[in-house]
Design a protein around this ligand. Structure first.
Ligand code: CP
Length: 311
């Protein structure tokens, strides 16, 4: 039996991603219909990093589907002192599906090696596919335009969220402009960029105003990864990033130059990548975007189990 996973969008065809999005819309509109679909099943959620939305939406999603979610803290579990693949193989014998938020993509691939049930990437250093599904779900529910006519501008540090956005927009034919003054080689997924280049869905812009002029959505994210935000050893890099990125802050002055709506995957660092006024303004669809994580996770869980069991 072939088991279906969601590690990044790399292994998903354009049409499979389109179908999953259609399904996520269906799941959102028919919440009651799916109640009970996961009855008697468990999801193990392994976290090596902090989370609010990913944990809550997966756990609430499993509850709504009639199943159960088990929270595993890396430090409080034996993942911290054993072989990752052995621990994963054990989990596969007690639960139906796994979700993991690990620091390193390589460790997620080791987890994948041991897993005998579907594995979902809940965000690692390279990808955040669940976030990008919720992002596009939010856009599709918000706008009456064909994908090829939608323009998203990502303004920020090139990171895992950017990589997954590059991949999913390429698959769907949505245009994405990157304004990423900090784009370190080890944070960029070359396969994602290649997919977008082939589909002609990606462009880069150095200046903010030309980039945002005709945008439907402007999207930003933290300039400093969550695990480093309060780390004293990272304070020099954090200060340098803030200095480079401050001119690219999403604020009310910038919004005068565009009609675009504003997105952010959260958690928000007000006063850095975005101001509180923007988050609270009528332009922001940030809380709907976060809300839609729930429906996106439910669709992913249902789809992976259905695909894995029907193959
Ligand atoms: N966007 C996101 O993944 O949020 P959390 O880090 O709170 O899970």
């Amino acid at each position: 039996m072939a088991i279906r996973h969601l590690i990044s969008w790399k292994d998903w065809s354009d049409s499979e991603i389109e179908s999953l999005l259609d399904f996520a819309i269906y799941v959102k509109k028919h919440r009651v219909f799916f109640a009970g679909h996961m009855q008697g099943r468990s999801l193990a959620m392994l976290f090596q990093k902090t989370s609010t939305r990913t944990r809550v939406s997966f756990e609430a999603g499993m509850t709504e589907l009639g199943g159960h979610a088990i929270f595993l803290d890396w430090i409080a579990s034996n993942f911290q002192l054993s072989d990752i693949d052995f621990e994963a193989e054990y989990l596969s014998r007690n639960v139906s599906i796994l979700m993991a938020r690990l620091k390193k993509h390589e460790d997620l691939l080791t987890l994948l090696k041991g897993s005998k049930v579907p594995l979902i990437n809940g965000c690692d250093n390279l990808y955040h596919p669940c976030q990008s599904l919720a992002d596009i779900l939010t856009i599709y529910l918000d706008i009456d335009k064909k994908p090829k006519d939608i323009k998203i501008v990502y303004i920020g540090v090139h990171n895992n969220v950017a990589n997954s956005l590059v991949e999913i927009t390429a698959a769907l034919g949505i245009h994405l402009t990157l304004v990423t003054p900090i784009a370190k080689k080890d944070s960029i997924s070359e396969q994602a960029i290649e997919r977008a280049k082939k589909k002609k869905t990606i462009s880069w812009e150095n200046e903010l105003l030309p980039a945002i002029k005709d945008a439907d959505y402007i999207y930003t994210d933290t300039w400093v990864d969550m695990e480093f935000f309060n780390d004293p050893n990272y304070s020099g890099e954090k200060a340098a990033r803030i200095e480079t990125m401050m001119p690219f802050q999403i604020n009310m002055e910038l919004l005068k130059h565009t009609k675009a709506k504003v997105m952010h995957d959260m958690p928000i660092h007000s006063g850095y990548e975005i101001t509180r006024e923007v988050v609270e303004s009528g332009r922001s669809i940030i809380f709907s975007q976060a809300e839609n994580r729930l429906d996106a996770q439910k669709a992913i869980i249902l789809e992976l189990l259905e695909k894995s069991e029907s193959d």
